[in-house]
Design a protein around this ligand. Sequence first.
Ligand SMILES: *Cc1c(COP(=O)(O)O)cnc(C)c1O
Length: 420
Amino acid sequence: MSIFCIALPMGGMRRRDITTFININKPKQKQLQDLVMSFVLRFTYEVAPVFTLMEAVVLERMRHIVGWKDGDGIFSPGGAISNLYGVLTARHYACPDIKQKGLLGKKQLVLFTSEQSHFSILRAASILGIGTDNLVKISCDHRGKMKVAELEEKIIAAKIGGKLPFFVNATCGTTILGAFDPVNDIADVCERHKVWLHVDGAWGGSVLMSKKHRHLLNGIERANSLTWNPHKLLGVPLQCSAFLLREKGIMQQSNEMHADYLFQKDKNYEVIYDTGDKTIQCGRHNDIFKFWLMWRAKGEKGFEAHINRMFELGNYLRELIRKREGFKFVLEKGECTNVCFWYVPLRIREMDDDERKKSELHQATRCIKAMMMENGSLMVGYQPLGEHPNFFRVVISNAAVMEKDLDFLVEEIDRLGRTL
Ligand SMILES: *Cc1c(COP(=O)(O)O)cnc(C)c1O
């Protein structure tokens, strides 16, 4: 494995070729890509030394970008699993004997997240035996940010009710509106009540790479753990998700089972590189190589430029929508590259019955989407949110998108919307 890796024609490749190599579609190159990418990252250093070291170096660099000097981490099969790691590690932190004794006889564990957070937190509550009824959802303001005063009230209420609040999730970059929860204020609450703070930055974590926009995550270094998916905003091919921790040791303690046919402590190298015993897996897919290669090719400057460009495109789309009649924002000042809007056909604009208007708009959005898919012009999604009828959500994360694509998108929605 390591020989193959070193034998790649890195020296002869120009930077652009390397990035192209990662994004290729040509069948022969695709085969090569699959071959390289499918190598399993084994559980011990001796079976995959190069990839193990690549992973260690990249995780360290990511933690450095977060603002952590030390810490730990692992590449996992996606943001949902990284969030599961967050809840799992916090659960171990709150109840260190849980591995041996299980949940029975303990205070009821409760966790907290905003109503607009990702469903994987809810699923983690189910998987880990805490129960979805014990996830407390905190409401959001009109921008989709968690209401921090309510968080503290609900933590206090849970304590009074004899329960054990052990985990708070703050989302940086919500899936729908792209909102950033106020991490500093949430960290204050977590410190006051000694509760683990996890940040779900599956979507917005990559914004840390941009000096211009990273203020959106202010306070991130105060979190205990973080989910950051390079396979989203950074454009790394699926799958590539990191689970990062501020402190070393706890993930190992939480998961280690000491299988003695693999994890002997008297090897002739530092056994911290035997990452297999701190994961919930055994062998893992090699998610690091493509990311490492992209990082080498683009550099941190390249990633920064990529993020800034995505934000520029988001603002460009917002400007198009602002200028055009019939389009209406769900949230005019979105914080990330999510742009959420309605097209309101003329006949609906003229209605005065609000309820009727809502339900017609709900249908109109579905209709426009269906027509686009039927024509094969564009593939877009829609969704409702709370009281809102269905709306379009455009999420920009692809470096190949250009202004003219967004012009076309808006034209097309307008053209189809007018027929309704
Ligand atoms: C996409 C997303 C996830 C899940 O990530 P996967 O890699 O698809 O498992 C979790 N949280 C947020 C905020 C997301 O946007």
